[in-house]
Design a protein around this ligand. Structure first.
Ligand code: NDP
Ligand code: MG
Length: 391
């Protein structure tokens, strides 16, 4: 028997199966059918796509966040798949004792409890869903240590850093350089940004992603969240994490070592590669993804971010260094402000104002311990959302 046949297929649970990351993950799974078995999939409300996916991969267990949608899916599948419901249903799926790996690709704070459940169940957790790490990075790290879980990044920058880190020891790292495309308003004036519509903000120059992260890329809040994400993933101090604008999105990030060597990871802007790496690590396999050709590398530009027009990065350094519930407030204020912007209720620049207001008023509302509990974090999340919505 050859080695491939004798190896047991890895059992996978995919949270956020119908989203942009979810679909890319499905594409990767189609390339490695002999290596992975999809034993669980979760989504919010898209039952049609879930039914197709469950049929194609013969998925035995699923979860829908919305109870009514779970009932709908159950009726559609006629007993062919167990369908759980609500946050607890999604979290139960994430903690499935049969699963080896959980892909965390729900969008926003909604992914916190399921992702934590996967970590507490000691699995390999491949994380795209950065918001929970921003909110509760300390709790997630401690849980991973306690339960022997492996947290691997899917976010392209963090996958790049993770790969570059393999060139040296942790103590030899001097700086992490996170690259950012700069989004659709990289060179826009303040007036253009003030008038920007949701359609303009959703027009990302290099990546094709879900709505929330696309707006986050336009405000650079995505990079802000990624600074805090990098802090928790790599244990790097905030002084050692910098952001570089790189419009072509070919260099996905870099690590500078203390001898001055800078190690970069390059690839096309295609999330399938970091997803595949998180699933197959430490192996590198040929999944037949399109190669990075020389013409895409003929001009690679790097420049510092404009921190006046994009105050998001400073919000992240401030919230990250303050610690406690500040990062959770930063994240929740942003999520709520993006919702208002996408609904046409506030302008693009108002997103910054609402976040800043939440961070400024935070002190009065929470004495704020250095190591908040999960309940304190969730309370801060609720407070920030109410503050942003009621302004
Ligand atoms: P999408 O909006 O495209 O997809 C979100 C997914 O989560 C959908 O499957 C949605 O289901 C599901 N979902 C939403 N809320 C819940 C809930 N409460 N319970 C269960 N499922 C839920 O988002 P993206 O795929 O773009 O992003 C997902 C995460 O990955 C985000 O945190 C983002 O920051 C991160 N990320 C994304 C990248 C990308 O290229 N898209 C790159 C790097 C990071 P339904 O379809 O039913 O609504
Ligand atoms: Mg990213």
């Amino acid at each position: 028997m050859c080695v491939l046949e004798s190896r047991r297929r890895k059992n996978l649970v995919l949270l956020g199966a119908t989203g942009s990351i979810g679909r890319n993950a499905i594409d990767v799974l189609r390339r490695f059918r002999g290596r992975f078995r999809l034993i669980g999939a979760a989504a919010h409300s898209n039952v049609e796509e879930m039914a197709r996916l469950i049929g194609e991969f013969e998925v035995p267990r699923a979860a829908m966040f919305r109870e009514d949608k779970a009932a709908e899916l159950r009726a559609m599948l006629n007993g062919r798949c167990e369908v759980l419901a609500g946050t607890e249903g999604v979290a139960t799926l994430a903690g499935d004792p049969e699963a080896d790996t959980v892909i965390s690709a729900i969008v926003g704070a909604a992914g916190l409890l399921p992702t934590l459940r996967a970590i507490e169940s000691g699995k390999r957790v491949a994380i795209a869903n950065k918001e929970p790490l921003v909110m509760a990075g300390a709790i997630m790290r401690a849980a991973a240590d306690r339960h022997g879980a492996e947290i691997l990044p899917i976010d392209s920058e963090h996958s790049a850093v993770f790969q570059a880190m393999r060139s040296g020891a942790r103590g030899e790292v001097r700086r992490i350089l996170l690259t950012a495309s700069g989004g659709p308003f990289r060179d826009a004036g303040r007036e253009t940004m003030a008038r920007a519509t949701a359609k303009e903000a959703l027009n990302h120059p290099t990546w094709n992603m879900g709505a929330k992260i696309t707006v986050d890329s336009a405000t650079l809040m995505n990079k802000a969240l990624e600074i805090i994400e990098a802090h928790w993933l790599f244990g790097a101090p905030y002084d050692a994490i910098e952001v570089v604008i790189h419009p072509q999105s070919i260099v996905h990030s870099m690590v500078e070592f203390r001898d001055g060597s800078v190690v970069a990871q390059m690839g096309l802007p295609d999330m399938r590669l970091p997803i595949q790496y998180a699933l197959t690590y430490p192996d590198r396999l040929d999944g037949g993804l399109p190669p990075l050709t020389l013409d895409r590398m003929s001009s690679l530009d790097f420049m510092p971010p404009d921190r006046e027009r994009f105050p998001s990065l400073d919000f992240a350094y401030e919230a990250g260094r303050r610690g406690g519930v500040a990062p959770a407030v930063l994240n929740a204020a942003n999520e709520e402000a993006v919702k208002l912007f996408l609904a046409g209720k506030i302008g693009f620049l108002d997103i910054f104002d609402r976040i800043e207001d939440a961070l400024r008023t935070l002190d009065i509302n929470f004495a704020g311990g250095v190591e908040p509990s999960l309940d304190e974090i969730l309370a801060a999340d609720r407070w920030a959302r109410e503050r942003v919505a009621s302004k």
